[in-house]
Design a protein around this ligand. Structure first.
Ligand code: ATP
Ligand code: MG
Length: 141
């Protein structure tokens, strides 16, 4: 089994029905929920997590948004968990998602290119880093 780090971002956590729908989607897709945590980021957490995007035009609004309210992080396990979760999320840009893959999470629930509902690790290296970021106690063997 492969592990991935999934985040339900503040826009989706803000709406109880959307949060519940996304939780059900995880279960329906045969992910094992290994860990789950509700938390609020400080601005500095947000800046650290998204350091690879520093300097991009959307960085400030991304950092602002991700520290604007409660979010939920999961460690998910499944065969091909990384790819499978990213396929369920759909394209980063909500309007593209609505056009090209209307049944994906971002197409159905996303608000804008920044407030796009969910995050998923994009490689096994980033999954390892992101799991350690959210669940430092999990990574210690
Ligand atoms: P994530 O890393 O959140 O899973 P992703 O891998 O699909 O999303 P990235 O390119 O890593 O996309 O961008 C990280 C986040 O930055 C996006 O999820 C989105 O919230 C924001 N973002 C990316 N591109 C844009 C953009 N063009 N305009 C506004 N916000 C953007
Ligand atoms: Mg990414």
């Amino acid at each position: 089994l492969q592990l991935t780090l999934a985040i339900i971002k503040p826009d989706a956590v803000a709406h109880p029905l959307i949060l519940e729908a996304l939780h059900q989607k995880i279960l329906e897709n045969n992910f094992i929920i290994v860990r789950r945590k509700d938390l609020i980021w400080r601005r500095s957490d947000s800046e650290r997590f998204y350091v690879e995007h520093k300097g991009r035009f959307f960085y400030q609004r991304l950092v602002e948004f991700m520290s604007s309210g409660p979010m939920r992080a999961y460690i998910l396990a499944r065969e091909d968990a990384i790819t499978h979760w990213r396929e369920l999320m759909g394209p980063t840009k909500v309007y593209r998602a609505r056009y090209t893959s209307p049944r994906t999470i971002r197409a159905q629930y996303g608000l804008t290119d920044t407030r796009n509902t969910t995050h998923g690790s994009d490689s096994s290296e980033s999954a390892e880093r992101e799991i350690a970021f959210f669940f430092p106690e999990f990574s210690v063997q």
